[in-house]
Design a binder for this molecule. Structure first.
Ligand code: NAD
Ligand code: LMR
Length: 354
């Protein structure tokens, strides 16, 4: 049997983690033969709750789960990691935009980037989930100059899954028959869910999404706003932000990093923009269509972009530029990587955001 992969989940006492940990621990993400050491970070006041989560993981009697390490200490949590899933942060409430969380959450990701830089393996794959996910991811990457920026990504797979599912429901088929939707830009209400390159498999044949759905007005109108506003709609209904669907999307995202995407398929994830793809400004974490092989993502280049798409891709880029500049002004992080700053532990993070 292989050596265990060491996987960190932050916000481990929260609601997304509660839906996520079982799937990771039973092998849905890193492989059915891959032992796992699960490191669970939360803030000090949540340690009693986290103990309960640890008991439940033990009680699942899972063969792949070799070790569970609950902690509120950065130097324990980030040590020798192979993968880090950064969930821990404040979720938004009814009536808030995700950017309202910027000030509260961005300090957490600066501190955790510094801890990754100091303690994790240089090969660590980091997935940022806590909102605003793109900008938090950028700040974490900037705060970890010794880890390649390509190792950082943020979650837009939930939006991707939402878009696939909306198209599938409209066609009366299962979501597995919809491929290559694209989420461009920010995990926010400016994101652009794009179906111009999407294919729907109808009776064994791939058909362009516009031909399969046969309702251009819906695809260019309500479809887009439904996906853009889906997080808010879940919050309004549940009085809590999405958790089950977020956990499923995290598993899809990290599993694809670990095992690659299928031939002919691409998926959406927020990755570092160098300014060389689709006219997106550099130094943003922007959601692109990507393929993944050997744990390395590649932006799918050369897709035709019409004026309708261009305007929406630019609008979400503009929001990300504004978010980045606000975050940088809060934190004093430069647009170039900096040397590591002193480490903040989880309790200090909590105090920083109160
Ligand atoms: P939650 O409040 O249920 O759990 C968050 C947990 O994080 C809590 O246990 C809290 O104590 C912990 N935490 C806070 N600061 C921390 C720190 N510095 N270090 C470690 N842990 C810390 O929230 P949730 O519903 O699990 O959501 C978590 C985040 O995920 C929110 O920001 C939410 O908006 C975001 N989210 C993102 C997506 C996405 O698609 N990108 C989807 C859903 C939710
Ligand atoms: C979501 O998309 O469900 C999450 O990002 C939660 C939110 O704030 O919308």
């Amino acid at each position: 049997m292989a050596e265990p992969v060491r996987v960190l989940v932050t916000g481990a006492a929260g609601q997304i983690a509660y839906s996520l940990l079982y799937s990771i621990a039973k092998g849905d993400v890193f492989g059915k033969d891959q032992p796992i050491a699960l490191v669970l970070l939360d803030i000090a006041p949540m340690m009693p709750v986290l103990e309960g989560v640890v008991m439940e993981l033990q009680d699942c009697a899972l063969p792949l789960l070799r070790e569970v390490i609950p902690t509120d200490k950065g130097e324990v949590a980030f040590k020798d990691l192979d993968a880090a899933i950064l969930v821990g942060s404040m979720p938004r409430r009814d009536g808030m935009e995700r950017k309202d969380l910027l000030k509260a959450n961005v300090a957490i990701f600066k501190s955790q980037g510094e801890s990754l830089d100091k303690y994790a393996k240089k090969t660590v794959k980091v997935l940022v989930v806590g909102n605003p996910a793109n900008t938090n991811c950028l700040i974490a990457a900037k705060s970890a100059p010794s880890i390649p920026k390509e190792n950082f990504s943020c979650l837009t797979r939930l939006d991707h899954n939402r878009a696939s599912s909306q198209v599938a429901m409209r066609c009366g088929i299962s979501a597995e028959f919809v491929k290559n939707v694209i989420i461009w830009g920010n995990h926010s209400s400016t994101q652009y869910p794009d179906v111009h390159h999407c294919k729907v498999n109808k009776q064994g044949k791939d058909v362009a999404c516009f031909d399969a759905v046969k309702d251009e007005a819906w695809l260019k109108g309500d479809f887009i706003s439904t996906v853009q506003q889906r997080g808010a709609a879940v919050i309004k209904a549940r009085k809590l932000s999405s958790a089950m669907s977020a956990a499923k999307a995290i598993c899809d995202h990290m599993r694809d990093i670990w095992t690659g995407t299928q031939e002919g398929n691409f998926i959406s994830m927020g990755v570092y923009s160098t300014g060389n793809s689709y006219g997106v400004p550099e130094d943003l974490i922007y959601s692109f269509p990507v393929t993944i092989k050997d744990k390395t993502w590649k932006i799918v280049d050369g897709l035709a972009i019409n004026d309708f798409s261009r305007a929406k891709m630019d609008a979400t880029a503009a929001e990300l530029v504004e978010e980045r500049d606000t975050a940088v002004s809060f934190l004093g992080v430069t647009t170039e990587p900096q040397p590591s700053a002193p480490h903040l532990d989880a309790q200090e993070n909590l105090e920083a955001r109160l």
